[in-house]
Every structure is written in C-alpha cells, then in structure tokens.
Design a protein around this ligand. Sequence first.
Ligand code: NOJ
Length: 719
Amino acid sequence: MRFSLSTLSLATLAIFSSPINAAPHAVDELSWDKAYTKARALVDQMTLDQKVGMVTGVGWSAKNCVGNTYPIHDPYFPSLCLQDGPLGIRFSDNTTAGVAGITAAASFDKDLIYKRGQYMGEESYGKGVNFQLGPSVDIYRSPYAGRGWEGFGEDPYLQGVAGSLTAKGIQSQGVIATGKHYILNNQELNRTSSSSHADERALHEIYVWPYARMVEAGIGSMMCSYNRVDGDYACENDHTINQILKGELGFKGLIMSDWSAHHSTVKSALAGLDMSMPGDITFESGTSWWGSNLTQAVKDGQIPEDRVTDMSVRIAAAWYKMRQDEGFPKSTLESFHRNEAPEVVVSDDHAKIVREIGAASVVLLKNEDNILPLNQDISHLAIIGSDAGPNLDGMNSCPDRGCDKGTLAVGWGSGSVDFPYLVTPKEGIEARVDDSVEVSYTGDDYDIDAVSELAKDADVAIVFSNADSGEQYITVDGNEGDRRNLTLWGNGDNLIQAVADSNENTIVVIHAVGPVLMPWIDHPNIKAVVWPGLPGQESGNSLADVLFGDVNPSGRLPYSIAKKEEDYNVRISPDDEINYLEGLHVGYKHFDAQGIEPLFEFGFGLSYTTFEYSNLKVDGDKDRVTATISIRNTGEVDGAEVAQLYLGFPESANEPPKLLRGFEKVFLKAGKQEKVQFELSKTDLSIWQEGEWIVPQGEYKIYVGASSRDIRQSATLSL
Ligand code: NOJ
C-alpha cells in the first residue's frame, strides 16, 4: 500500500496530536555556588565556538520559540527555548490566559501573586520553555505608557515584592524567570532610539529597586531594553549592567538583549551583555553581532575569551540552578510553524487561580447606598456596552490582541497571550442569576437612544467600557502602543452618561490598562464603580463573584487616578532625550508632594465591610524596624483588608512625604480582630546618597492605613 505525502503527514499528525497532559513538577533550586561549580566544569570543556553558540540566538522564527540558542553536542548542552511573556505563554495552546501584571498587583495579595507565578512556571515547564520572558517590572511612570499594564504599577516597593514573588513562583517549577526591561524603558514612542536620563538617586531608588529585590530572590535572568541610557544602548551600558546589576547588586545570572536591542559586537560584550536575542541583527537578516563576529573579536584580542566564558557560565549556571539538567522536557511550542508538535495540555485547573486572583483584584471605587453586592430582589438587569460581550470576530482574531473589540481582558503586544476561552462579563453575570431575572443586553456603544431605552426599564443597569494600550509594533485606533489620551474608548463617556441619565441604579464597570478620566463620576445615579483591570480568561466569572457578593472586594489601586489630565507630571516624551525630571516624584509621591488631590489615590479600594485600626506599636533600630497594628472587621460580612505601611523619612533626607514600605492582606471574619506585623529591613530604611545606601539619621514617621491617603494610625521613631 502506498501513502501519498499528504496522507502520511496527516497520519503522523493524528498520532502526535492526541493531547499529552504534562505532569506537575516542582524543584528545589540549587544555590548559585553549586550551580556555578557545575557550570564551570561544563564550560571548561567547551571550545570558543561552542561557547559562542551558547550565547547567540539562532534568529527570529528560525526555530519554535521566540528565542532559541544553538545546541552544543560534545559536551552536551541543549538549545534553550525562550518564550514570552509576563502573563503566560505567548503563541500557545492548552495554556492559561490569566490576569495581567497590573491586575495581579491590584490584589496586593502576596500569596496569590506567588501562586500566579507558580502556575505560569508549571505551564512553561510542561511546554519545555527554559526561560519565561517575565516578569516585567517597568515602573508605570506615566499613565500614558503603553506597556505599563505588563508590570506591577507606579511604586517600586510594590513592583519589587510582586516581581520577586512572581520570579520565585516561576522558578519553583524549574523555569528561569526573566526580569525586564532593564532599564529606564518607560514609554513606547521612539523606544529604540531615545535616551533616558535619570539622576543616580531616582535610578537606584525607583528603577533599579525592583531588580535588586529580584536578584535577592535568586532570579536567573534579566533582559536589557531597547532604549539608550545616558546615550549608550541599555544592552551596552557598562554603568547599568556591569557596575550596577552585576557589581552593586551582585547578580549571578545572565542578561539577554531584548529582541534586536543588541547593536554591537565588542561594546556590548565588554559592558556585560551575556546573550544576544533573538540572535540576528534585524529579524531574519541572517546576520549577527555575535556568532562568528564574536569569535573573530576574541581572536583579534578585542574581547578577552574569559568574558565569553563568563557569559556561558552564567547561562549554564542559571540552567543548573533550576535543575534543567535533570530531564527537562523537550520544547513542544510551535510559535512560528503551527500544528506540527504534539499538543501538550498544561492548563490543569489553573483557571481556578485566575478566577480567584481576578476576584481578589477587583477594585471597588464607589458604592453608594450599598447597591453592591446585588441583592435578590432584582427582576430586570440591563447589561450595556460592547465591553461586556465577545469580540464578534473571534477572541484571538487580532494578532497579539492588537484590537479593542468586545470585552478587554489583556492589553496588546508580546506581553499578551492567546485565549483558550474568554468568559465575558455578560456570560459571567447570566450564569449567576436565576431564570426569574430578565437580563437585557446591547453591545452597540453608539446607539445612545436604544441604550437609554434599554437602561430606563431595568432595576439596575450595568454599563461597561474600557481603555486599552500595548506594545509599539501594533497601532490600534491611532495609539502606537502608548495611549494618546486617558479617556475611555468606544464612546465610553457618552454611553455611561446616557445610562446614568436613564437609570438611577447605574453601576459602571471599567476594564482598563491604567487610569482613565471619569467626567461622570459624581452623577447621582452612578451608584457604583467597579474596576476589574485586565482579568484574563475568567473575566466574567471573577467579576460576577464580586458583583453578587460571593467575594468581598479587596483589590487596591496600584496607580493614582487623577481628577484631570494636567494633574499628572509625566507625559510621553516626543524628544530623543527623555529627562526624568520628576526624580523621586513618581505617581502618588508627586500628588502628595504637590498637595494635589487625586480622584482615587494609590492603594485605594472599598469593601463590603469596614475595618478599624488600633494600637500601632513601632520599635527598632537602623537595621530593622518592626510595626504591629490591630485590625478589626467592624462590619457585617467577612472580608479582607490590605493594611499598608508608608514611611516618612527625616526631613533632611529630601524624600517625598510617604513611601510604601509594607503591605499585608488579612482576611477577617465579621467582628474578628487580628494583629498585623510589618518588618522593615535596613534596605527599606535607606536612601541612595553619594554612591551608597545610607540610613539617614533623624525622626521617621510610620503611617499605617487603608490607602496612601487614608492613614489610620501613625507613630514616630528616632534612628
Ligand atoms: C520585545 C519585547 O519588548 C519583549 O518584552 C519580548 O520579550 C520580546 N520582544 C520577545 O517577543
């Protein structure tokens, strides 16, 4: 019997495509010392060419992952698979599309943030991804920044905690986490040509801070960014890589270039770059700054061979540290050539964590007359807005989610993933109400008459709108990654106004990458404003959990929402020289220092219950400060509070008025009280001055409260 070629490949496909369930896997990371011993022993056996192969990518789309290195045969070292991104596995199937970084941050829940990292690591492991290209800890310096949603918000302390927990979670599964984008990469406009300038103090205290915390957590790799820093490309910047990252921070892992952020053979190698990604100078050019050019530069004496050895040792050490030498799965991703690999199912029950963290991240901004949670007497509910419904072209119809159709659940760009499914808010709500409730819906955001008509007859009208942004290589509705403005998309303000004019029980739900303007906020008929951020595939379910009171909201804003655009101090710079003139005054620190009242401050979020703070006690010295406080749930329902500690430095330190230095989410049954403890390390008490971290002498203020402006107790301490 003879097979035609097409029958054969179909038959082969059928064998391969029966799904394989990946086994869960957890590892005890090796110490860096042990990993280095193994790595040195391996790399010592390698020729220069082999070492160069390890540090050079094979080129964009040449293999199956967004980045791959060359395999080495004798001694054996595999081709490594590097894959996006910060919220899950890009270009994949049978994986999970969870909440975005910004939404994870809004949970202010350390345990859930870790679990999110852990399930992402488990999925990457199952798919044979050696490096997950996340977390992103780019500071949300300006609310217009297109990729702010990939990271954890405007505050470095929050970024540091969330970044290191995410990295730990990923690495607990034997996958190398990659902190990015190092550094001063805070806007999309001119991202490959502009040069960022921050003073050393802001550089250390704001931008390097989260990297320092990830290094302490043992992260295996970092990615240097597209932009320049003080004139030099970030991937050939001796000061930020050699001096700060590898010197001051003592980073033992490797630093890879962002994709085509590599611009030289010698300068980058000497500045400390360890891996060229994806390896070709421009995508699919067939040329490389490294590869044979690196070999030649070593032979010519321009780069000591030790430097290339060090690059390889760092890569091998990260690999050994995560025990990837112990039977790591072969990569089965098919980023560029689909449907040729076996389907490996790694999603397991991760949807549960997504739903849980999604609900725990919902920020309740307004709740008049306790309209929420929705009670049982509703007989007619109106759901209004395309943001409550599906993308009618298909949930994955726009590459890398580069459009704003239907409900918004992630931003666009390399930091997004394909949805396995997407529970829309409409579906989530419908699943939660019984048959006695009439639910009417319109997804036409522009037919204001029809919207008003529909809203008028309902007991409660829930109106949805959104605001999107993403990465520079995709332009959506004139937004080249960065946001052109902070207004809602798709006629949102008119839609909300029309619904509120027609229904006195209006609830507004906004899915947004970051802050938006809310000209309608004081409308007396707008009883509630709900802020689920970017909740991923379980969007409708996690929202319904909060709307119907199965989950008491406990999300908090990881950024400041201003009353008006002019209140923000940082815009997207059109210039090639981007001066970080605001220094330390990023986000709420600017609002506090200037005495500007925001609409909703950093750390803000309501609950269906109330909490009382008492008995703050503070003690310590220059090495460590401990603060304890009692919190009681004084309301009728169980719920979680996010207790936040802000530090006021002595005046001589010249810091903004308050800096976040601790947060704890505590779940309290109605009426119950618990003691919460904060530990501040020497680092938490330090400022960067004249080239070193010092603990300034003088009187410190310790503020503990429910947000950056809702301080319930304070104390002073002389150090
Ligand atoms: C460019 C993005 O800046 C980076 O975050 C991503 O990991 C790479 N592309 C690979 O897709």
